[in-house]
Structures are given as structure tokens and as C-alpha cells.
Design a protein around this ligand. Structure first.
Ligand code: NAP
Length: 307
């Protein structure tokens, strides 16, 4: 471990891993820290078919390829959960992770987002006992059974299609009568004979004994409630930025995302952001990777100038 790295990247999703390739290839000393496994949200994505160069690849496979690539030019990798970041007078960034402390001239925040919770009775109680946020991780437990998917965005529809190839029946519960997901995904879902839709409805309670038995949903137009018998509930209602630890740096917007300029610089010298944690409109693997390249280049220039 170096005393002071040129760059520390926090988070090993597509943004962080791409940053590491660009930065270490530019001969910077780079440490990439990750609290779970390299891959980020890709790890819970079944099929990816819109990342350039791969007509179809599973999320875990793309994660592995990116991780191998990210270490090729000398990036060091460590598991570690950062609890706070401080900036010393000489602009050295100090990252605290348990009893460890890491220091760097520059930092790229690539912490991404995490799944939003519904916050209804039964959600926590049946977590991992029928309630899931990851079809690729848990789908196989529901082979030949019936599941409910909550949400109408890209994730909900994509993962519902994946689940429909494993389970007997998927019921998508959406709070409006129109999906938010891309048209190509909508069309595929509508063509699946074992995907049904419950429109204009929100979940109010997940019920069960040892595992999930049913979900109660309420129609927001008629106020009527009904019980859907199901073995599993997959929740895909959007994401929250994982930026809580940067709150004290004063760089977050009102929603917890981090605004940047076109060089992906925050208002703090030497602190950059790449990927889904950044305040931006399009959140895709390819845009995360794009951010990673820009942020690494900006960090390189910052370190060159600050010598
Ligand atoms: P999202 O686009 O924010 O969609 C969330 C869905 O959940 C929406 O349909 C929303 O309904 C619904 N919802 C939100 N809060 C709810 C609540 N409390 N109760 C019930 N329903 C609720 O989130 P996402 O699908 O996770 O996607 C996140 C980002 O990743 C997006 O930018 C997406 O394009 C991207 N993504 C891309 C791909 C791909 O390109 N293949 C795949 C996955 C994700 P409303 O529609 O009524 O708001």
C-alpha cells in the first residue's frame, strides 16, 4: 500500500473500473476500493444487450471481464467501506475505512446507486424469504412458481422478462397505466404469454408465514384492494444514490446526487464523480464507463498541475 496515491477510486462498478483503466494506463498510482464485489448493479442484471461490443452478455460475466481489465495496468484493488472523507490543508484526501486510512491527491467517487425500498409491512420481514431486489441472484429459487414484480421502469420490465423464462407466471404491478420502460422492453413483455399486468396499483402489504404467500395491492383509481397469491415479490422501484458519506463535504444536491462540470469535477479541487451517483439524466453502463474515462483524465490533469 502506498502512503499517498495519485488517485483513489471509490466503487468498482463500470464507472470505477473504467476510471482505473484510464488512470493506471496513464501511469498514475491508483487504488480502487469496493465494499462488496466488483461489478455494482451489473451483478444483479441478467442480460445486457446495449453495451457496445457485446450483443448479449450476462451482468456477472461483464463484471468479471471489466474487473480483470481494470487491474491490467497496475491498479491496486482493496475491499473496504469508506465511512468518511476529510480533506487536509495540503488538499490531500483522507479516506477512513474502519481502522484503515487511505490517502490520495485525487478521488473519483463512483459509488453508484442502490435499490429503493417500498417501506410497506412485510418487506423487511420477508427479505430473502420471498422478497428480492435481484432476479439474477434469486430467480432460480422460484422455478415453476409464480412471482410478482413491482415497478414499470427498465429494471422492472427487463427483470420480469428474465423471470418469465424461469417461473410459471409473472404479475407486474405498476402504479400507472403506462410503463416508463423503453419501448423495446415493453413490446417484449407484452408478447410474453406468462406475464400479466396489474395497472394503476400500489403494493400495500406483503404477507406470508415462513416465506411469502401473497401481496395486497390497492388500485389507486378505485381504492379497491386485492390479494395476489404469489411465492415471491421482486421490487424494482428505482434507485437512491450511495452518497451519504460525502454529505459533510457539501457537494450533494437535494436528492443526494453530485453535480459536476463537464470535466466531472465537483466544487472541491481534486474530487471527481463518475457514474450513477452523478447528477445526470441517462444512467446506463455505457454512460458510466464514459464518465469513468473523463473523470480519470481530469484526475490525471489535476495531479499533473498540482505537483
Ligand atoms: P426508474 O426508471 O426510476 O423506474 C422506477 C419504476 O418504479 C417506475 O416505473 C416508477 O413508477 C415505479 N415506482 C417508483 N416508486 C414507486 C413506489 N413507491 N411504488 C410503486 N412503484 C414505484 O428505475 P429503474 O428501472 O431501476 O432504472 C434506473 C435507471 O437505470 C434508469 O435510468 C434506467 O433507464 C436505467 N436502466 C437501464 C437499463 C437498460 O438500458 N437496459 C436497464 C435497467 C436500468 P412511475 O413510472 O410511475 O414513476
Amino acid at each position: 500500500m502506498k502512503e499517498i496515491y495519485d488517485l483513489i477510486i471509490i466503487g468498482a462498478g463500470p464507472a470505477g473500473m473504467t476510471s482505473s483503466i484510464y488512470a493506471s494506463r496513464a501511469n498514475m498510482s491508483v487504488l480502487m476500493l469496493e465494499k462488496k464485489y466488483p461489478g455494482g448493479q451489473m451483478l444483479s442484471t441478467a442480460d445486457i444487450e446495449n453495451y457496445t461490443g457485446y450483443e448479449e452478455i450476462s451482468g456477472p460475466d461483464l463484471s468479471e471481464k471489466m474487473f480483470e481489465h481494470s487491474k491490467k495496468f497496475g491498479t491496486e484493488f482493496a475491499f473496504g467501506e469508506i465511512s468518511s472523507v476529510e480533506i487536509e490543508e495540503n488538499n490531500i484526501k483522507v479516506l477512513n475505512a474502519g481502522d484503515k486510512q487511505y490517502k490520495a491527491k485525487s478521488v473519483i467517487i463512483a459509488t453508484g446507486t442502490e435499490a429503493k425500498l417500498l417501506g410497506i409491512p412485510g418487506e423487511q420481514e420477508f427479505a430473502s424469504r420471498g422478497v428480492s431486489y435481484c432476479a439474477v441472484c434469486d430467480g432460480a429459487f422460484f422455478r415453476n412458481k409464480e412471482v410478482v414484480v413491482i415497478g414499470g421502469g427498465d429494471s422492472a420490465i427487463e427483470e420480469a422478462i428474465y423471470l418469465s423464462n424461469i417461473v410459471n407466471k409473472v404479475t407486474i404491478v405498476h402504479r400507472r397505466d403506462e410503463l416508463r420502460a423503453q419501448k423495446i422492453l415493453q413490446e417484449r413483455a407484452f408478447q410474453k404469454s406468462n406475464i400479466e399486468f396489474v395497472w394503476d396499483s400500489i403494493p400495500v402489504e406483503i404477507k406470508g408465514e415462513r416465506t411469502v404467500n401473497s401481496i395486497i395491492v390497492k388500485n389507486v383509481k378505485t381504492e379497491e384492494t386485492k390479494e395476489i397469491v404469489t411465492n415471491g415479490v421482486f421490487i424494482y422501484i428505482g434507485m437512491n444514490p450511495q452518497t451519504e458519506i460525502f454529505k459533510d463535504l457539501g457537494i450533494l444536491d437535494n436528492f443526494g446526487y453530485i453535480p459536476t462540470d463537464e470535466h466531472l469535477a465537483t466544487k472541491l479541487p481534486g474530487v471527481f464523480v463518475a457514474g450513477d451517483a452523478r447528477q445526470k439524466e441517462i444512467r446506463q453502463i455505457v454512460t458510466a464507463a464514459n464518465d469513468g474515462a473523463i473523470a480519470a483524465q481530469s484526475a490525471y490533469k489535476y495531479c499533473e498541475l498540482s505537483i
